[in-house]
Structures are given as C-alpha cells and as structure tokens.
Design a protein around this ligand. Structure first.
Ligand code: ZN
Length: 243
C-alpha cells in the first residue's frame, strides 16, 4: 500500500495543490492520510476541505479544525491564531462544519496510529522533546505513530533497551528495524523549521519506507489571499520565512 502523509494544511490551497501535483507525478497512492489542521491560518479553508474529500482519505481532528467548529474553545490560542480561527469559522459551509465536527481524535491503520498532537493528548500536546516522546510511546500500542501539530519534520525512535532519541526526518526513513517510531512529516501549509517549502511524505508499506519531500509552491498567492481576507500580517509574513 502507498499512502501520502499530509499534516497541517491550514487552509493553504496553493501549497496543498502543489503537493498533490507532486504526488501524482510520483505515481498513484491508495489513500491520503491527513493528520489534522486542514483549516486555520490560511485563506482557503473550505476549498482545502473539499479538495481533500475528493480523494480517498483518512483524517483526524486537529486543534484548529475543532476550534473552527466550536468543539473546543480558543482560549489557549494566541490572539492572531484566534482571529484567524474566527475568520475561518465564518467562511465554512454547513457541510464543511459537519465534516470537521465529526473528525475522530485517533485512527489506527495496521501498524500505524494516527493523531494530530500526541497519542496521550491528541488535540493539544506538542511532541518536540525526547522526554515527551518517551512518555507517549506508552500511550499507543502499534509500532508506529504518525503525528502533526508541531509543523517540524522529525522523528523519535525507541529502541528495545528503552532508549529514546530524536532526529531530523531524512529523505527516506526505513521502517525495517525493530524500533518503535513517532514520526512527524512536517506541515503542508505552514512549515516552521526555517524552510518555507511545503512538507509531506509517501509511505510505502511494501518497501517499509517513508519518503519525505519538500515542495516549492507560490507562497505569494496564499499571502495575497490572506491580505484580501484581512488576516493578521504576522501570519502572512511567516509563510515566506518558514517559521
Ligand atoms: Zn497546525
């Protein structure tokens, strides 16, 4: 089976389209696996939901998805994220709202657990340190867990001696060793690792490899849409800088 792993699209249609074009150039995939935050920040939330839904896919809920439909409140959001969330909420159709409201917190597919934040706290927790990763390895029972939320392409490995280490996500990550992994393939629509290109991956379960890609897209197109929508300037600027 071949699956695209996408996370944190964040209403950035130009980035999402560029990723899908790259994906189609690389051959067919069976499903898109989306790790939440389809909306929030970007100017095309409904368009991104509908484009995702045109494909065979799985999707879990992210904090921005649920905040936009009132499943959770925005009191933990910074003022700019809350303003973008409010704008997003006003630009969803009833069908978009039903879709986001019904997204599950966690999914399990074979050897993989899918969550937005962490298996322990699927909506809110960021896994960025080895100590939080180590605690989270006890919170899922598949070999692998795919996460989003931090927008940073990295992975954590737990060896059989219980040692947990963190590394940058390489261009190809082998799943053949007998280690358990928590893997973040980065963000499609708002990368935060200093590289503004869209980030995504393809999982090939027969080869047992995750291929990680960075894709150029027309950032100015998304920024223009954000300006027209009146979204906060800092959110517009950060897209060019990749933070
Ligand atoms: Zn996000």
């Amino acid at each position: 089976m071949r699956c695209a792993i996408l996370a944190d699209i964040h209403g950035n249609l130009a980035a999402f389209q560029a990723v899908l074009e790259d994906l189609h150039r690389r051959g067919a995939v069976d499903e898109l696996w989306c790790l939440g935050d389809v909306v929030g920040y970007g100017p095309h939330p409904g368009e991104c939901i509908r484009l995702l839904r045109q494909h065979a896919h799985l999707c879990v809920a992210g904090n921005h998805d649920w905040a936009a439909v009132g499943n959770i409140d925005t009191s933990y959001f910074n003022p700019e994220a809350a303003a973008a969330c409010q704008w997003t909420a006003e630009h969803l159709t009833p069908d978009d709202i039903d879709y986001l409201r019904d997204l599950p917190l966690t999914l399990r597919q074979g050897d993989f657990t899918l969550v937005h934040g962490s298996p322990r706290e699927p909506i809110w927790e960021y896994i960025l340190s080895t100590w939080s990763a180590q605690e989270n390895f006890a919170c899922f029972d598949t070999r692998f867990c795919l996460i989003g939320h931090s927008h940073a392409p990295l992975f954590f490995e737990l060896d059989q001696g219980g040692l947990c280490q963190s590394r940058q996500l390489p261009g190809d990550l082998s799943l053949k060793e007998e280690k358990r992994l928590i893997i973040n393939c980065g963000s499609v629509g708002q990368p935060r690792d200093g590289d503004p290109r869209a980030s995504y991956a393809i999982l090939d379960t027969e080869e047992s490899i995750i291929y990680h890609y960075r894709i150029d897209y027309d950032i100015s197109l998304t920024q223009q849409g954000m300006r027209e929508a009146g979204l906060p300037p800092r959110l517009i600027d950060r897209l060019s800088l990749g933070w």
